[in-house]
Design a protein around this ligand. Structure first.
Ligand SMILES: [Zn+2]
Length: 88
């Protein structure tokens, strides 16, 4: 019943180690991806100059404002063309 052989213990240890290193490796890959994405966003921001998005610290984050005509939350840079406004 309790057959704790050295092979089973070794295999269990190896399996745990494999999972542990897989998670460590995944975390490193994820961190690398995040770093690359941040640097790309920073480069794009630098080339784009000072737009409304430039003052945001997080890349890809935009301020949203509520449209007074349709009530939808739209980007604050005024790119929203309101359907309700066109109809009236
Ligand atoms: Zn609208």
């Amino acid at each position: 019943m309790f057959g704790f052989s050295i092979q089973k213990l070794l295999f269990t240890g190896l399996a745990i180690a494999a999972v542990w290193y897989a998670f460590k490796w995944l975390g490193r890959v994820q961190a690398e991806k995040t770093k690359v994405a941040r640097e790309q966003a920073r480069k794009m921001k630098d080339s784009a100059g000072s737009g409304p998005a430039a003052r945001n610290s997080e890349p890809g984050v935009e301020d949203m404002v509520e449209c007074p005509h349709c009530g939808a939350f739209v980007p604050a840079d005024g790119s929203h063309r309101c359907d309700k406004l066109d109809q009236s």
